[in-house]
Design a protein around this ligand. Structure first.
Ligand SMILES: Nc1ncnc2c1ncn2[C@@H]1O[C@H](COP(=O)(O)OP(=O)(O)OP(=O)(O)O)[C@@H](O)[C@H]1O
Ligand SMILES: [Mg+2]
Length: 510
């Protein structure tokens, strides 16, 4: 007898429908289960787990029969242990232990333990989304993953503790109550990062960080050792605007597929802050692998990617940032075509001005030769620098400032301004797919960043003197728009543009 069970495969960030066909018939070599349809090693090991789980749940594994399991369509690679549950359900249905009509329109996924209990699987959110689009009537997932599935409305999600409980439900003896949709969303309060009030001096850098947070602009900090670059970067999560529900779902989908969702929070409700070490590999940064997984630039989606000690990163690794910094998505090629992951992040980078760290410092002499400094700075290419909107110097803090007991502005106050500026951007960009100034394309820049004649004159002479590229020109306009938004100004005025241009000075030029 043949049973057909609905399930799904995750490819990139998408889930695709998979049919699990289980055929149980007499004859042939008894007790052998044959799996076909491009399964990977973890799927092939499924037969042992399914056999034990069925026996340990007080159910009968069909003895003296030949079992064939086909996962279709055959051209999608099936990965991981999530097919345990649909295979077990199919086996039980094909051996008449579960009524066949109970499987109609239903989808199953979950890993089985040998004792028949269900274990977490990754990618539940995209699978639930697919279940909704394919109008599945019921979605059966491990109990621990049910809250994640229930983030998607219009899908009936059943939390399953064990195979035994599921069979009793499908037989109609002990119905499992479905989990209500989890629709209420509250962005989490900012994480307990370093408070800006604790950072002495560095008003210029703090201002630039506020602009970066408000408009989603990239920022590079250059300064001597111990000036507070790493400290300030670690403080930025405390001033980022809160996530919208839509953004939270985008981020959650990435973390679900990467299997990095924290167990107690099905929905990511804070902007990510990722700070990979400079030894990170190409695949670790941009994503990839045999089963492509999101890399750091996608894990930082809608949040911040902090690259400390920027020149220490492998130059080739840094160059691959160029495409995602421009397109806000990353394309990964693989044998079966290409995949894309979203990667819309704020790049925050820090570096010393030279190998010894003291070039340009008024108090301590730099011991590097000109050649050494040039080689050091060449590790960061011009095209990468051109994509960084705000370049700032972070000088050493003097004793008087450091020992001053008066506290600076607390993060909460800065964050309130950032939130207000972000709300203005969201309102202005409501008719576009964008949420912040940094996302704007040329059409939006033309529409939303007009300059008065005074500002136009300044821009014209700045373009000439600073040798701004077309990209640089657009980026300066976007930063000006954010500065105006922080001030609550309807139009970009001369001082806004002047400040934006000042962050564009090439601090790396010697
Ligand atoms: N502006 C500041 N206000 C208060 N404390 C500071 C400041 N700058 C530095 N510090 C103190 O010095 C420590 C080191 O600073 P931090 O690690 O941020 O320096 P850095 O600029 O990243 O240096 P490096 O170039 O060596 O990485 C901080 O943990 C903090 O204790
Ligand atoms: Mg540092």
């Amino acid at each position: 007898m043949l049973a057909i069970v609905g399930s799904a495969a995750v490819v990139g960030l998408q889930a695709l429908p998979v049919r699990v066909e289980v055929d149980v018939r007499s004859g042939g070599q008894s007790g052998v289960m044959t799996l076909v349809g491009l399964p990977d090693a973890a799927v092939r090991e499924s037969s042992e787990r399914v056999r034990s789980a069925i026996r340990n749940s007080g159910l009968a594994f069909p003895g003296n029969r030949r079992v064939t399991v086909n996962l279709s369509p055959a051209d999608i690679r099936k990965e991981g242990p999530a097919y345990d549950l649909p295979i077990a359900v199919g086996l039980l249905a094909a051996s008449r232990q579960i009524p066949l009509p109970a499987l109609e329109g239903a989808m199953f996924m979950g890993e089985l333990s040998l004792d028949g209990s269900l274990r977490h699987v990754r990618g539940i959110l995209p699978m639930a989304d697919m279940a909704r689009h394919s109008q599945a009537t019921a979605l059966y997932v491990p109990a621990g993953d049910a809250a994640e599935a229930a983030l998607i409305p219009d899908v009936t999600v059943y939390p399953v503790d064990s195979l035994e409980a599921l069979v009793a439900h499908l037989q109609g003896f002990a119905p499992i109550p479905p989990l209500p949709a989890q629709t209420d969303f509250a962005a989490a309060p900012p994480p307990p990062a370093v408070d800006f009030a604790e950072i002495k001096g560095q008003e210029h850098a703090k201002r630039a960080l506020e602009i970066a947070a408000a408009g989603g602009h990239n920022l590079l900090m250059i300064g001597p050792p111990g000036a507070g670059k790493t400290l300030m970067a670690r403080a930025i999560p405390g001033i980022l605007p809160s996530l919208t529900l839509e953004e939270a779902l985008e981020v959650t989908r990435i973390y679900s597929v990467a299997d990095m969702l924290p167990a107690d929070t099905p929905l990511v409700n804070q902007r990510p802050f990722r700070a990979p070490h400079h030894t990170i590999s190409h695949a670790g940064l941009v994503g990839g692998g045999r089963w492509p997984r999101p890399g750091e630039i996608s894990l930082a989606h809608r949040g911040v990617l902090f690259l400390d000690e920027l020149p220490e990163f492998d130059r080739r690794v840094l160059e691959v940032l160029r495409q995602p910094l421009e397109d806000k998505i990353v394309t990964i090629s693989r044998a079966q075509g290409t995949l894309t992951f979203p990667s819309n992040f704020v790049l925050l980078a820090a570096m010393n001005p030279c190998p010894c760290g003291y070039y340009g410092d008024p108090e301590r002499a730099c011991t590097c030769s000109l050649g050494m400094i040039q080689r050091y700075r060449k590790r960061i290419s011009g095209p990468l620098l051109d994509r960084i909107d705000l370049h700032i110097e972070v000088p050493r803090v003097h004793y008087d400032k450091l020992s001053d007991a008066t506290q600076g502005e607390p993060s909460a106050v800065i964050r309130a301004r950032v939130e207000a500026a972000r709300r203005r951007q969201q309102a202005r960009l409501a008719a576009t797919p964008f949420t912040c100034n940094a996302d704007m394309g040329p059409a939006e820049i033309r529409q939303f960043c007009p300059l008065d004649s005074e500002a136009q004159n300044l821009m014209r002479s700045a373009m000439r003197q600073m040798h701004l590229s077309a990209r640089g020109y657009h980026r300066v306009l976007k930063v000006s728009r954010t500065i105006a938004d922080l001030e609550g100004a309807a139009d970009i005025q001369m001082p806004h543009l002047a400040e934006a241009l000042q962050y564009r000075t090439r601090v790396l030029e010697i």
